[in-house]
Design a protein. Structure first.
Length: 94
């Protein structure tokens, strides 16, 4: 383990700007973080999940903008462009 790859957080009902405790690992200070990512969840000091929800909203907004771009491009395609001629005009018996 390395102290520069670690963070610590103190959970409480009231958010504090600075932690009271100082943690050390192998005589190196472990930095305090107001938010941490743990098992895919972003946790803040008060466990409100606001940062996690904001992160999900940001990711969904990005995906939605990609879908909008793709749907606008697909509007330019007509039905005849999407279907082969044999499906549009099936062969009739002679």
């Amino acid at each position: 383990m390395s102290a520069n790859k670690c963070n610590f957080i103190c959970f409480s009902r009231n958010s504090r700007s600075n932690p009271i405790i100082k943690l050390k690992l192998f005589n190196e200070d472990i930095p305090y973080a107001k938010e941490i990512k743990f098992l895919g969840y972003i946790l803040d000091e008060c466990l409100t999940f606001k940062p996690h929800v904001e992160d999900i909203k940001k990711k969904c907004s990005h995906i939605l903008s990609i879908i909008r771009i793709l749907s606008n491009k697909s509007r330019k395609l007509t039905h005849s462009n999407l279907m082969p001629d044999r499906i549009n005009h099936p062969m009739t018996p002679s």
